[in-house]
Design a protein. Sequence first.
Length: 247
Amino acid sequence: MGIAADSSLGAQRVTVRLRVHTRFYVTLSALMVGMVVVGFWPSYFGPMVRGNIERPAIIQIHGLIFVGWMALLIAQVVLAARGRIQLHRKVGRYGVAYGWLVVAMGLVVGPAASVIHVRAGEWPHDRGAGFLLTTFGDMVLFGACFAAAVAYRHRPEIHKRLMIAATTALLFAAVGRMSFIGSPPLAGLVWLSPLLIGMVHDKVTRGRVHPVYIITTIGFLIIGTRVLFEQSEAWLRIGRPILDALL
């Protein structure tokens, strides 16, 4: 009788932990969607709601693909949370192709944005050349985390954390548009907040932080420093001829 009761109580505890775990990832994904909406509201979502958005076609397509990625993330997290694992994996097969589409579009639209702003006289030449470093860095971070997530798709504990990291990489542009933050160090904390929140959740629920969060956070911090060198002469020697070839 006692053994059966202990077994039942243990099963209930496991069920509760799983529910908390799955709800956490749904909430964290929703937080990242909120960050995207807040960051891009003045330049994209707000004008879209008012019906007066004017952007080149390449920027419009990029925006739609980016929104599609966030929608895919939410859908996949919800499917996993509801135990629809087979459907989650089926959608994931298309998600792999979509992820590489995000990378390809990022590599195209970053240089395109520099060209558009420089031609319009909105940016000086060197700002456009320096901006290439930022966009390439975003795609390096996203591409590396996404490729690892695909490789570890059969190991859920690693896979889902890598997907959070990959999406966090894309939040760099959204946070960079949050002018109300002001302080660059604070902006960095906001950008990395999904990973930091994941670490806290791991520590509370598992007693230790998963290595994925530690490795990706260190990598993000290192590559994130690229903004400090965006206008350095060393990088501009590379960025200028690339931009000149595109103008």
